[in-house]
Ligand binder design. Structure first.
Ligand SMILES: [Zn+2]
Length: 79
């Protein structure tokens, strides 16, 4: 399961490789946000500009996409 080494967050992560449609919108740092359950399963995808194809790929292989902690912005995310 994903886990932030800096703040301990294991629920919310963003994909730094996916750009948001409007970088200034609500301070969003990514076009794709994922919510995970306690076992590390992706339970929700929030998209701010990610294409359907990107969403599909991220859902199929979240470890390749969610590399940044949404709580503190750290990229020290371990799986
Ligand atoms: Zn963190």
């Amino acid at each position: 399961m994903p886990h932030c080494e800096d703040c301990g967050n294991s629920l919310y992560f963003i994909a730094s490789s996916v750009s948001p449609v409007a970088p200034s919108a609500a301070g969003a740092a990514s076009g794709l946000t994922g919510r995970f359950d306690a076992r590390g399963k992706l339970v929700e995808l929030d998209s701010l500009g990610a294409t359907a194809e990107t969403r599909r790929k991220a859902a199929a292989n979240p470890v390749l996409y969610f590399d940044t902690c949404m709580e503190c912005g750290s990229n020290r995310v371990v799986w």
